[in-house]
Design a protein around this ligand. Structure first.
Ligand code: F6R
Length: 590
């Protein structure tokens, strides 16, 4: 995810900014840049790749000045490159930006007509041109920033400099985080607390629609429209490690809570609500080509494969195109029936999974058209595919996919609407309804995330279970698979996902009071059938843990339950285990 650091005070800005950017490195980035103001001129250094490249460049061509801004970029619009790296300058206006500008194409067009030329592929560059345009009219930096920002739609956190006003720095926020650090006669501004925590623990958290102007040793807060604000600083006593994780215990939890934001970013700028359709900027397939598709073949691994299975339901239901779903490592080693009337869809968060990449190459060699759904911009799969739909989940640092999965589902949903509209299986009204439902999804997720205490209680109750079964029907079957995969890889508890209706064909034999069963039962047409599957589970005492105390006596292997708890580490297994199956000494695995 992109990172922003800004400084204004009496010290040299560059070392402070570089140090701040380094503290944000853990979030992932593909390029970085710094701009400082000195004696009425701005100097910018940018480079692709690691921060060390930028530092080497600054060693060769030093920067000076006590006001400056810096950025680490995680590509969303435009590939990772020095030209696309921030800061972006237009005339005297220099900008770094986090977030996504939804109306950037329309603004770019307007600005082009006024004679602006753009050097990068980014949405950020339009911000600098837009503010420059206002600056040319008013000659007033602050007014130009306020006017420009009010024209932007989408999410942004920005830091802005003006070459003609060397001691002034403006920061503003709408939808992306921004924090101001108060020092002794100096100010820090950053997208995240860890970037500035070593300099100050007194921080002001900016809210959406707010702007701060640093000038003459003062920080003046107001709304973007200009209404004055009084902001209270907060003392942050987090350790640097806690700060990196945004106060969450670990990155996976942080990413789980990022899901609503990630979906919003994936939708941003793509909905054409009036027409009941979507705009997918890098699909690179004409409507005619999309109409000619006879079948779709979706290929992926792991969590992405589960998203693919959801995609099959969506596309077949709404677009009436036959869809096949393959695991990439299987696809590449068989003799798949794929031809020039097949549309291949490759799903990969990283865009680097070897089997998925090989499957893409295999399909291409057979003449199939192809689109990738990727999170990492300019990754191998994104580069090699004909078209791409980027999910804007931001970097995935936790090992298990969470926010990446929901954004893949979002991208598949967008593609479904697009295909259905082009092929006439979704009319305008239905398209509008589908988009309205999608827009509501992040709020539902936010609501679900408030259930954390209940979730924890359930987890505590079942933490010593050895096996789990997840059941779902229809579109919820892949979700059951994904639930089981998450449990396996995070808690080391064996888990299987099953289509609920398939249970009677074998797995029912496994159900007893030691087998918790998670049933996904939304109120759809198959609700009653799913409930009758639940009844079968309940009749067998599924997961009721009634005989927990003698569970081990029935099965000696249950002794191993205790070391499966995620909270136990190899050194503390004996002491921390709360085995509910036996009070006898715990046997550690060999
Ligand atoms: C599970 C998980 C993996 C990945 C799989 C594919 O939580 O993260 O199953 O989904 O390795 O990775 P990508 O999507 O990067 O191709």
């Amino acid at each position: 995810m992109c990172g922003i650091v800004g400084y204004t005070g009496s010290q040299e800005a560059t070392p402070i900014i570089i140090e701040g950017l380094r503290r944000l490195e853990y979030r992932g980035y593909d390029s970085a840049g710094v701009c400082t103001l000195s004696g009425g001129t701005a100097a910018t250094r940018r480079s692709q790749g690691k921060l060390i490249n930028l530092e080497r460049l600054i060693q060769e061509k030093p920067l000076s000045g006590s006001t400056g801004i810096g950025h680490t970029r995680w590509a969303t619009h435009g590939r990772p490159s020095e030209t696309n790296a921030h800061p972006h300058q237009a005339g005297p206006i220099i900008v770094v930006h986090n977030g996504i500008i939804e109306n950037y194409l329309a603004l770019k067009e307007q600005l082009r007509k006024k004679g602006h030329t753009f050097l990068s592929e980014t949405d950020t560059e339009i911000i600098s041109h837009l503010i420059e345009e206002h600056y040319l009219q008013s000659g007033n930096f602050e007014q130009a920033v306020r006017a420009g920002l009010q024209e932007l739609r989408g999410a942004f956190a920005v830091c802005i400099l003006c070459e003609k006003e060397p001691g002034t720095l403006i920061a503003a926020k709408q939808g992306s985080p921004m924090v101001v650090g108060l020092g002794e006669g100096e100010y820090f501004v950053a997208s995240d607390i860890p970037a500035i925590l070593s300099h100050t623990r007194e921080m002001v958290f900016m809210e959406d629609g707010e702007l701060v102007l640093f000038r003459d040793g003062a920080a003046v807060f107001s709304t973007v429209a200009g209404a004055p604000l009084v902001k209270k600083p907060r003392h942050i006593d987090w350790s640097p490690m806690m700060a990196e994780k945004g106060g969450f215990k670990h990155f996976m939890l942080k990413e789980i809570y990022e899901q609503p934001r990630a979906i919003r970013d994936t939708i941003a700028g793509r909905l054409r609500e009036e027409e009941g359709t979507v705009y997918l900027e890098e699909l690179r397939l004409t409507d005619k080509q999309l109409k000619a598709v006879e079948r779709i073949s979706i290929i992926a691994c792991g969590t992405s494969w589960h998203a693919a299975l959801v995609g099959k339901f969506l596309i077949e239901e709404h677009c009436r195109i036959p869809v096949e779903v393959d695991i990439a490592s299987e696809f590449r080693y068989r003799n798949p029936v794929v031809n020039d009337r097949t549309l291949m869809l490759l799903i990969s968060q990283s865009g680097e999974t070897a089997d998925t990449l090989a499957a893409l190459r295999e399909g291409k060699s057979r003449g199939a058209k192809n689109i990738a759904i990727c999170n990492v911009v300019d990754s191998s799969i994104a580069r090699e595919a004909n078209g791409v739909i980027y999910t804007h989940a931001g970097p995935e640092i936790g090992v298990a996919s969470t926010k990446a999965f929901v954004t893949q589902l979002t991208a598949l949903y967008l593609l479904t609407v697009k295909l259905g509209r082009v092929r006439g299986t979704i009319d305008r009204l239905r398209g509008q309804e589908m988009l309205a439902a999608l827009v509501r999804a992040p709020a539902f997720l936010e609501e679900a995330l408030t259930l954390d205490e209940e979730v924890e209680q359930v987890a505590r109750r079942y933490m010593n279970a050895r096996d789990f079964l997840y059941l779902g029907r229809g579109i919820n079957y892949p979700i059951a698979l994904e639930g089981a995969l998450k449990l396996k890889e995070i808690s080391y508890i064996h888990a299987e996902g099953y289509p609920a209706g398939e249970m009677k064909h074998g797995p029912i034999a496994l159900i007893d009071d030691q087998m918790p069963v998670v049933v996904l039962a939304p109120h759809t047409s198959s609700y009653e059938k799913t409930v009758s599957n639940m009844e079968e589970v309940i009749a067998r005492g599924g997961g009721s843990l009634r005989s927990a105390r003698w569970g081990m006596a029935r099965s000696p292997t249950r002794r191993r339950l205790c070391w499966r708890s995620p909270s136990t580490t190899s050194g503390s297994r004996r002491s921390s285990c709360r085995c509910r199956f036996s009070s006898s000494p715990i046997i550690s695995p060999s």
